[in-house]
Design a protein around this ligand. Structure first.
Ligand SMILES: Nc1nc2c(ncn2[C@@H]2O[C@H](COP(=O)(O)OP(=O)(O)O)[C@@H](O)[C@H]2O)c(=O)[nH]1
Ligand SMILES: [Mg+2]
Length: 244
């Protein structure tokens, strides 16, 4: 992997991309991360932009810029993450190409809705083609299965998703023994965050400075942000391994 680029502040920058079919939940997952970060660590949310068309589909991309490991002595973050989502609709292939260039970590969001099974397949197949054409085969990735809150009748069984990953060659890429599909629900995470903020026991969930305490993170929210944390850790571990 290349050395990380640095921004104008000399802070290393990691580019992560949420990949997946249209309506799989990429924008929602990134938004949940942004809301949580804003509650816990507002100064470390540098920008957040989402561009949607009138039907709420991502038009070009969404992007959030977040800081991690702030050092008060230097006044700088240890790392900044630029997190993008690709527009999932088939016709936006050129935008996906632009957004994906120079990526250091991929978060693949699959939609558990049965009606979206083929859309998941297209998204996985297209990503394989991108990886092959742009030499991205060493880019770490995490695979998530979203919308697990939906009733089983309308969902593809997880076993069938696993078969799809075998067919499209993604299982083979998951050679790391720790990797597995992360089952999650952005909807549950969002509802739990809303409930948490409405609760009158704010003193229990917030520190004296008014920020949300890390231990107050609802389990459902932890799940949604876990892929971002995992992939960032992986990128950093590889960087450290490189420089030693
Ligand atoms: N039931 C359910 N709906 C979800 C979930 N995540 C996203 N959605 C819905 O799916 C639609 C598309 O979500 P969005 O984040 O815009 O998808 P994107 O196209 O991948 O960015 C929206 O109507 C969301 O409310 C989830 O976990 N459960
Ligand atoms: Mg979107």
């Amino acid at each position: 992997m290349e050395h990380l680029k640095k921004d104008f502040d000399e802070v290393p920058v990691v580019k992560l991309v949420f990949w997946g079919a249209s309506m799989a939940g990429k924008t929602m997952a990134l938004t949940i991360f942004k809301v949580l970060k804003t509650l816990e660590d507002p100064e470390r949310v540098y920008s957040f932009l989402t561009l949607e068309d009138p039907t709420k589909r991502t038009l070009f991309f969404d992007r959030g810029v977040f800081g991690f490991g702030y050092n008060p002595l230097t006044g700088k973050d240890r790392l900044k993450a630029h997190i993008y989502t690709v527009p999932g609709q088939l016709r936006h292939i050129t935008q996906r190409e632009v957004v994906t260039s120079g990526v250091q970590g991929l978060i693949i969001i699959l939609d558990s809705t049965s009606a979206q099974f083929e859309a998941n397949r297209s998204a996985l197949t297209e990503l394989t083609e991108f990886i092959d054409s742009y030499g991205l085969k060493d880019v770490p990735f995490v695979i998530c299965l979203n919308k697990m809150d939906l009733p089983t009748e309308v969902r593809t069984p997880v076993s069938q998703i696993s078969e799809l990953l075998v067919e499209t060659g993604w299982s083979e890429r998951m050679r790391d023994a720790h990797s597995r599909i992360i089952e999650m629900s952005c909807m549950d995470a969002k509802n739990d965050l809303v409930t948490l903020l409405k609760s009158d026991s704010t003193s229990r969930v917030k520190a004296d400075n008014g920020r949300l305490k890390k231990e107050s993170r609802p389990e459902t929210v932890k799940r949604v942000i876990m892929p971002i944390e995992m992939i960032l850790r992986e990128v950093l571990t590889r960087q450290i391994a490189r420089t030693n």
